[in-house]
Structures are given as C-alpha cells and as structure tokens.
Ligand binder design. Structure first.
Ligand code: PGA
Length: 232
C-alpha cells in the first residue's frame, strides 16, 4: 500500500521543515511526499521518500522552467508524478507528453506516479471508459508494466471538490486500468481520514494520492495509519 501526499503549490522550505519534523510515518505502509521543487531537499533531509510533482523528458536543454529526471535523481529525489490533471488542464499536458516524461523518469532510475482520470463532462457523457482507455493506452504503449510505475486514478470532478468516487466507481475504474496495464493503482480525489478506509479497502485499490488532506500532519498520518491497518 502506497500513500502519496501531493502538496501542489503549498509549503516552502520552512513549512516543509515543520511538517517533516512532526511527521512519523506509521510502520507497514509506503509513504511518499511530493512537495514543490524548492522544498524537495528539505523534505528528503527529514528522512521521507520524496517525489517531484513533474519532470521533463530531456536530460538537459533549452527548456526554461523545467527540471530533468537526472537532476532530480542527483538531488536524492526518488520519483515524480506525471500527468496530474492540473498539469493537463492548465499547462497543456497531453497523453504524449505525459508518456515521454514517464519514460525519461524511469530511465533515470526514478519511480513514477502517472495520473489518469475523466472530467465531469466526460463522465456525464458516458465516456469514462473511453477516456481512461486512451490515457492508459498511451502509458501501456510507451512504458508498459514497469516495476517502478504506479498509476493514480483521479476522477477530475473529485479533486479538491469534497466529492469522492463511490468505492464501487473506484473499484470499476481500477479494474479497467489493471486490465490494460498490470501495475499498482492509487485512488485520488478528496481522500480524507473519514473516507480513507472504505476507499482503501476496495479490491484493486493499492493506495492513495492525497492532495488537501496531506498538508496537515495529523490528517495525513491518520490516512497512512488506515492504510497500514487495512493491509496488516
Ligand atoms: P485532493 O487532491 O485530495 O485535494 O482532492 C488530489 C490530487 O489532486 O492529487
């Protein structure tokens, strides 16, 4: 079971230091923190496994504002998220660029959490399965079932909205992803201490990608403890 905390654009060095000082991951669960680039070192220094929130496909070059996989590896970063829906929505990320980022990260020895998920309009139009198939196929074709690849199913309508997929919806989506790509699949979208148990207990749910609730030490610890309990 893997619990990853995606801090998005929250917590600079000082707040990161305070968090890792106070945070003790419960035994029996893999935990990853994904702070902003500027706080990666501070988080790693606290002894926690850290992933970046994005990574470029080239090792170096004229790509202003980007950070490469070898640079992250040199910093002691263990992996990266790719294809988060906020990157797809606001920064023009496509299935193709997501796949290229994943390939580069894996080649550099990093782990990857690749995000997929349908929007509210897509779900309402009955296109959930089609959208997931297209997104997962892009990964299956370019990366395949790599041992350091994890997929996160994050229905876009559940991210930061307080709406969560029902355990059955999550179960269905995870089964579809796994039928195309045999890798662990995390659920993401408004995971909180109050709903973690029913989501994580679903067959095929191998952990969670937690946004808002990972910013608070107590709530993130509670979610990690729930994951540890379920698999023990
Ligand atoms: P949320 O975010 O838990 O705040 O909904 C999840 C994510 O975006 O990874």
């Amino acid at each position: 079971m893997l619990i990853a905390g995606n801090w998005k654009m929250y917590k600079g060095r000082r707040a990161t230091h305070e968090f890792v000082e106070a945070f003790e991951p419960p035994p029996g669960v893999d935990v990853v923190l994904c702070p902003p680039y500027v706080s990666l070192r501070e988080a790693a220094a606290g002894g926690v496994r850290v992933y970046a929130q994005n990574v470029h496909w080239a090792a170096e070059g004229a790509f202003t504002g980007e950070v490469s996989a070898p640079m992250l590896a040199e910093l002691g970063v263990a992996g990266a998220i790719v294809g988060h829906s906020e990157r797809r929505q606001y920064f023009g990320e496509t299935d193709e660029t997501v796949a290229r980022r994943a390939v580069a990260a894996l080649e550099a020895g990093l782990g990857v959490i690749a995000c997929v998920g349908e929007s509210e309009e897509e779900r309402e139009a009955g296109q959930t399965e089609l959208v997931l198939r297209i997104q997962v196929e892009a990964l299956a074709d370019s990366v395949g079932a790599h041992e350091r690849l994890v997929v996160a199913y994050e229905p876009v309508w559940a991210i930061g909205t307080g709406k969560t997929a029902t355990p059955e919806t999550a179960h269905e989506a995870h089964a579809l992803v796994k039928s195309m790509l045999e890798v662990p699949v995390l659920y993401g979208g408004s995971v909180k201490p109050e709903n973690a148990e029913e989501l994580l207990a679903q067959e095929g749910v191998d952990g969670a990608l937690v946004g808002g609730a990972s910013l608070d030490v107590d709530s993130f610890t509670a979610i990690c403890a729930t994951a540890a309990r379920i698999r023990s």
